[in-house]
Design a protein around this ligand. Structure first.
Ligand code: PLP
Length: 402
């Protein structure tokens, strides 16, 4: 007998299953369009060259040790992370309205922030876009939120933003509802609000006393310009609308498995910072005690060195340019093939993804029969397409959708 005899399996994590199946798949035509990871022209994982070089320097430093880090991370790291978000000479940082803390990548930033909002602030309701990254509701529910809601976001007719629907849903949200907002390169639908739309979103959030929680998972991949991509965060700060923002360095530094991120808090009342930090310290202490050091060491070293920072910015531009080029090629090919459905929006979308309108049944056929790994929601990762597999991918989608 076993104390575990009544344990039943939980629901499968679709991404996990697909990755496993992809790795075991022996078919030479297999293509992975599922996971949100940058891929090179050759369809390979990409280690940014200066990241590896910096890591080597860190590891070879005779003074390196593996002592515990402070619970909130080091000052130098989160100052850098917050500066990246709000600007190096941000008045909000100087005036101590904004401060950061280290997080276990973007997921950890969302979780620690949500823990604080649920358990310390007593907030119960959160809203995420329809559709959104599937883990948003899991993270907030696990953190103690009890009322899960969505706001309209993707318009399945135009393949653009359902802005009126979004505004209407936000207007009907109760006071103190937490609104999860992806800053750019929206996962999964690749549609971002325009600056004017962000301004209206800010109006409603301010008027209805909602709490914005920004998710900056794809910073740099929206427009290819780091400053442009953080427009909503800086705009809300300039309007003194208080918020949290979770930053991930997984995608823009290509350090997915190092788990490096930050949570920035923007408050109008700097006198409350020490209380907020103290409560955050406890939340993180209860969750995982202290954060890892490797990621912040790499990110800080790159962002503190002008030459390395420039290399990083240039590399981000090269990565986004490759995605833009593949978007165009994919769109042209689908239109050339006269595949049923709407395809002319692909180049209007931003970030790594395209939301194709592929149905769950079609996605299953693509995986089972064509070895093309696509999420059931129809999201594809444009980075998974290369010059070599473009024709196979587009023809296969054409056959399945026709
Ligand atoms: N937010 C969004 C929208 C994401 O797509 C992801 C990862 O795919 C994350 C957050 C979490 O990223 P991380 O790997 O940094 O935890």
């Amino acid at each position: 007998s076993s104390v575990f005899e009544n344990v039943e399996p939980g629901h499968p994590v679709e991404m996990n299953l697909l990755i496993k199946r992809y790795m075991e798949d022996k078919n030479e035509n297999k293509v992975n369009l599922s996971i949100g990871v940058y891929r090179t022209e050759e369809g390979k994982s990409y280690v940014l060259p200066f990241v590896k070089q910096v890591e080597k320097e860190i590891v070879n430093d005779p003074n390196l040790n593996y002592d515990y880090q402070p619970i909130l991370g080091t000052d130098s790291f989160f100052n850098i992370a917050t500066q990246l978000l709000l600007g190096e000479d941000s008045i909000h940082i100087r005036n101590k309205n904004a401060f950061g803390l280290q997080a276990l990548s973007g997921t950890g930033g969302l979780r620690s922030g949500a823990e604080f909002l649920a358990r310390i602030m007593g907030y119960t309701t959160f809203y995420y876009s329809d559709p959104s990254w599937e883990n948003h509701p899991n993270i907030f529910n696990a953190a103690g939120f009890t009322n899960e809601k969505t706001y309209r976001y993707f318009d399945r007719k135009t393949f653009g933003l359902d802005f009126d629907g979004m505004i209407e849903d936000l207007q009907n949200a109760p006071e103190k509802a937490v609104i999860i907002l992806q800053i750019c390169g929206h996962n999964p639908c690749a549609v971002d609000p325009t600056k004017e739309q962000w301004m209206k979103i800010a109006d409603v959030i301010e008027e209805k006393k909602l709490f914005p929680f920004f998710d900056a998972a794809y910073h740099g991949f929206g427009t290819g310009d780091l400053d442009e991509d953080v427009f909503p965060v800086r705009y809300f700060a300039d309007r003194r609308i208080e918020f949290f923002c979770s930053q991930s360095f997984a995608k823009n530094f290509g350090i997915y498995n190092i788990r490096c991120g930050a949570l920035t808090v923007f408050t109008n009342d700097p006198s409350k910072i020490s209380a907020i930090l103290s409560q955050m310290t406890l939340r993180i202490y209860f969750l995982y005690e202290t954060p890892p050091a490797c990621g912040p060491r790499i990110v800080s070293r790159i962002l503190q060195n002008a030459n390395l920072k420039k290399q990083w910015i240039d590399t981000l531009k090269i990565m986004t340019a490759r995605i833009t080029r593949m978007r165009q090629k994919f769109q042209d090919e689908m239109i050339r093939l006269k595949t049923p459905g709407k395809w002319d929006y692909i180049t209007k979308h931003r970030g790594m993804f395209a939301f194709t309108g592929i149905t769950p049944e079609q996605a299953e056929i693509l995986v089972d029969k064509y070895h093309i790994y696509v999420l059931k929601c129809g999201r594809i990762n444009i980075c998974g397409i290369t010059d070599e597999n473009l024709s196979y991918v587009t023809k296969s989608i054409h056959e399945v959708v026709s």
